[in-house]
Design a protein around this ligand. Structure first.
Ligand SMILES: O=C(O)CCC(=O)C(=O)O
Length: 284
């Protein structure tokens, strides 16, 4: 049975993102929050990293005493250290929706991450799209952004630039916008290809659309879609589980991101299929 309606798929292709709705129960949200607290506690005192995947500590900016507790804001590949997160990357609703959006039979995890914006000590994520940070051949990845706290414009929810994923004005000149990445490039207004490529990085709340979510709800976004998250201005925590999927058969492209934290220790070669256990098939 389908997870998405034809209208939802069409809307995703049109806008480059889709506000989906609830995928996990309150109980599972609570289990994931508890697991995160457990992992943070372990991380604060950890001195031995030898049993952890190298990418896991990425983003644990240990700035100095007193700042430590709040400074840890990003955990890459939670699925490897917490069963509560491993369960979620395989969630049938999420993976079913991703397969339908990609129109493929099998999807793999590229990587996941928890991003936490604690009150008082957090910054905005500049407007960006994700694909050019990744050593992957073609822009066919889709991210599921799952709220672990109610996410609002005030506490730093996802903000998007609708349609930017298929508008050549936002992309570098050599960007692949061919139809087989399931998108039709259609400029939305006047301007040369690439004319907004630099400017969009400075875009803020005024030029973007907030996607507010309740805890347990998710949105999907295409890897060429521009997005940013503003600073959390509230006294509440803002945690999200970000799961990035790629079609099975995706290939490695070293030059695009030679030092990526998830691949730099794997010795992959250009054009190699990403079919290692590190990138598991999800949802079946
Ligand atoms: O969750 C956030 O604050 C930022 C997430 C993001 O930029 C991404 O998923 O690419």
């Amino acid at each position: 049975m389908s997870v998405l309606t034809a209208q939802q798929i069409e809307k995703f292709h049109q806008d480059g993102y889709l506000k989906f709705g609830r995928v996990i129960s309150d109980e599972q949200v609570e289990r994931m929050r508890t697991a995160l607290s457990r992992v943070i506690e372990e991380e604060l005192t950890r001195t031995d990293y030898s049993n952890l995947p190298p990418e896991f500590a990425y983003g644990h900016a240990r700035k100095g005493e007193g700042e430590v507790r709040r400074a840890i804001h990003q955990f890459v590949n939670m699925w490897k250290v917490a069963p509560e997160y491993r369960e979620t990357i395989h969630h049938p609703l999420i993976t079913g929706a991703i397969r339908e959006l990609m129109a493929v039979e099998h999807v793999r995890l590229w990587h996941d991450q928890v991003i936490s914006k604690p009150p008082g000590d957090n910054e905005k994520f500049q407007c960006h799209h994700d694909f050019y940070f990744w050593p992957l051949e073609r822009p066919t990845m889709i991210t599921c952004w799952l709220a672990l706290d109610d996410a609002t414009a005030d506490n730093g929810c996802m903000h998007v630039v609708p349609g930017s994923h298929r508008d050549p004005r936002f992309q570098p000149p050599d960007c692949d916008l061919s139809p087989d990445i399931f998108l039709e490039p259609k400029p939305m207004g006047p301007g040369e290809p690439g004319s907004l490529y630099q400017e969009v990085r400075t875009w803020d709340r005024e030029q973007t659309v907030p996607v507010e979510l309740k805890a347990g709800e998710c949105m999907f976004h295409h890897c060429l879609n521009y997005h940013f998250t503003p600073q959390n201005r509230t006294e509440r925590q803002r945690r999200a589980f970000v799961i990035i999927y790629m079609p099975d058969g995706t290939r490695y492209k070293h030059a695009q991101s030679p030092h990526h934290v998830c691949t730099s220790y794997l010795n992959l070669t250009d054009g190699q299929e990403m079919n290692l256990p590190q990138f598991p098939i999800c949802g079946e």
